[in-house]
Each structure stands twice: as C-alpha cells, then as structure tokens.
Design a protein around this ligand. Structure first.
Ligand code: GTP
Length: 333
C-alpha cells in the first residue's frame, strides 16, 4: 500500500517556529512529526510514502538522505508552486504513478489511528473515499460531516459557521482513496481537497467515514503542538513516548524541569525553571531564566521570564525581561 503525505504547507499558524523548520519537520518527542507519522503508516501496512513537498523541501531530503524512514521507502514529489491540498495530492500521486487504492495523510496530525483498519473499512464500504473522523466539542473550525448510520457521508462542510455544524464529527486528516478521486481534482492548479473535492464525492454517494476515539491532535497550532509534545511524556500514546531530555541536550543539575521537553543540543543553565514547555533543538536558556507554558527555539537571557509565548530560532529575550503571550520574532501578518 502506498500513501501520499501532505507536507508542503507554509505552517503559518506555527510561525515563527516554521520560519526555520517546516512544520512536519518540527519535533514531537524529539523526532520529526513526519517520522512518527511514517512509522505509524508503516505499522498499518504502508510500504512507500510519497512526500508531497512544496515550501522548504530541502530539510526533508536531508533528514532522510537514503530515501527511507525505518522500513518505509520515501519518494519526494516537489511541486513547482503551492497547489493546495487537492492539487498537491494529484501532483504527488501522478509523480509516483499511483494507480490503485492509496492512503492520504496530513503531515501535522498526530494520532494512534490504525491505518490498516481504515483501509479494511474502505474496502468493506466499497467507497471511493473513506475519511477518518473524530468527535470534538467545537467542530466549527474543521471540516464537518453529516454521516448516516451505515457510515455514508451525506454532506461534507468545511469550517461551517458556529451553530450550523451538521454534527460534531470532524475530518481527522487521514483518508483512503480510489484512484478515481484524482480525476475529480483539476490538474496543475491550486485546489482544496476539503472544499473542492469532498463535497462532490459525498453528494455522489462515494464518501464514507470511520469515527474512532483514538488519540488525535492536529499539531498545527502552538497550543496543540505543545500538547502533542507533552502527551509524549504522559503515557497516553499507544506507541510513542520519550524521555523529557534529549541525550544531546545540556541541562545543568541546578535547573528545574517539570512536565517539559528539552530537545537535542539545547542548553539550560543553572537555576533555570521550565514548566509545561517545549525547549526545541538549539535553544539556549541562561541562568535563572524561567519558561512557563511556552515553545522556545531561540535564546532566553539570564533571569528573563517567558510565559505562554513562542520564541523562534531568531528570537532573543533579553536578560531580566518579561515576555507574556508573545511571539518572537513577531510573525509577518
Ligand atoms: P497553516 O499555514 O498554519 O494553515 O498550515 P499549513 O497550510 O502548512 O497546513 P494545513 O493544516 O492548512 O494543511 C494540511 C496539510 O496539508 C499540512 O500537512 C500541510 O503541510 C499540507 N499542505 C497545505 N498546503 C499545501 C500545498 O500547497 N502543497 C503541499 N504539498 N502540501 C500542503
């Protein structure tokens, strides 16, 4: 079984972190999100992943120079211009010559979904497209489905106005497609699989959904990206967990670290306090710095206090200053 994984987005909501690292290459539990995703697809029977690349393809190729991630072969399909989700799926599938049932996954979804189960449900339905669904409290910022008892998706609505959602079941970002889905996507121009393609398949009766209560998080927003990392410590993930401190991090014995991760090569000086935070590779915390509920890639000066903030690779918090609810450097509008 082959899979197309979408990894070419701009990751706007995770700026400034994504100025230096594309979103799917950001670590979750000290490994790139994409590596954890590919592992999971491999456990579900996927043997080749086609990475649908656009924005910043180089870090992916550098991270997997021999074209493999574990037992899974990788193919790199680099778009000439951003084609949005639908255009990217068509481009990547054609690039790789996919002509049979295949899996599609968003590169920023962390879940324990059993992909083999989704594929088998797809075959049982005789579906053209089968999508993984998750129930959430507020579905309005997602794609929402109206699903019949037999699993048929009767309507697919992307980001419905609050109060108009047909259900609380949302598109969880993993799909199984027949190749005929590709014919529904216009070639060579940006088009959204969620807005432009899914509603038509649903209307034609070819779309089915599988709702599960697996662990699931869309790590594309800072608060969820932080949660995806902290969840690696709590033991709630089925296959994925990690130690708080990466082996190559340098953490002074006089630092206090609570419910936090310190990534490869990061340094934390004496007296620093880190709580409910993710210290990313390359970050530097000087003596007595305090970081609470934040994501840090840059440098935090001596005695500085950082709360609820996102500090990118070029972000510098000066000594003894206080930063609260801020992104540094400030993302472009
Ligand atoms: P935001 O800019 O924060 O919305 O993030 P995004 O566009 O990177 O991600 P979004 O969650 O909107 O898209 C879902 C998935 O599709 C992500 O894994 C993206 O990397 C990917 N994606 C979005 N647009 C494109 C595109 O034009 N080309 C490719 N190849 N992938 C894309």
């Amino acid at each position: 079984m082959r899979a197309v994984v979408l990894v070419g987005g701009f990751g706007t909501r995770l700026r400034p972190l994504t100025y230096s690292t594309p979103k799917p290459m950001l670590p979750v539990g000290h490994r790139p999100m994409i590596a954890r995703l590919v592992d999971r697809l491999g456990r579900g029977g996927v043997t080749e992943v086609v990475l649908a690349l656009g924005f910043k393809p180089e870090p992916f190729v550098e991270a997997f120079p021999d074209g493999r991630c574990g037992d899974v072969a990788l193919t790199y399909a680099v778009e000439p211009e951003p084609l949005d989700t639908g255009g990217a799926i068509r481009f990547a599938a054609e690039f790789a010559g996919i002509d049979e049932t295949f899996v599609v996954a968003n590169g920023d979804v962390m879940t324990d979904l059993d992909v083999a189960g989704l594929v088998s449900a797809h075959r049982d339905f005789g579906a053209e497209a089968t999508i993984h669904l998750i129930a959430v409290d507020d579905p309005s910022s997602f794609g929402v489905v109206d699903m019949a008892d037999d699993g048929a998706v009767q309507a697919f609505v992307e980001k419905p106005a609050p109060g108009t959602e047909p259900s609380n079941l949302i598109n969880a970002g993993t799909y199984v497609f027949e190749p005929s889905v590709l014919d529904r996507i216009p070639a060579g121009r940006p088009t959204s699989i969620e807005r432009d393609t899914f509603p038509g398949i649903a209307t034609d009766g070819g779309m089915f959904g599988v709702a599960t209560d697996d662990y699931w998080i869309d790590a594309g927003r800072p608060e969820f990206y932080r949660a995806a990392n902290l969840d690696m410590l709590s033991g709630i993930r089925q296959h994925d967990r990690c130690d708080p401190i990466a082996p190559t991090a340098s953490v002074d014995a006089q630092a206090t670290i609570r419910n936090s991760l310190v990534g490869a090569g990061a340094s934390v000086a004496a007296g620093a306090t880190i709580v409910d935070s993710v210290i990313l590779p390359g970050a530097q915390l000087a003596a007595d710095a305090s970081v609470i509920e934040s994501l840090v890639m840059g440098s935090i000066g001596q005695g500085a206090e950082v709360t609820g903030s996102v500090i990118g690779a070029d972000g510098v918090v000066t000594a003894n200053s206080t930063v609260d609810g801020t992104s540094l450097p400030a993302p472009d509008a």
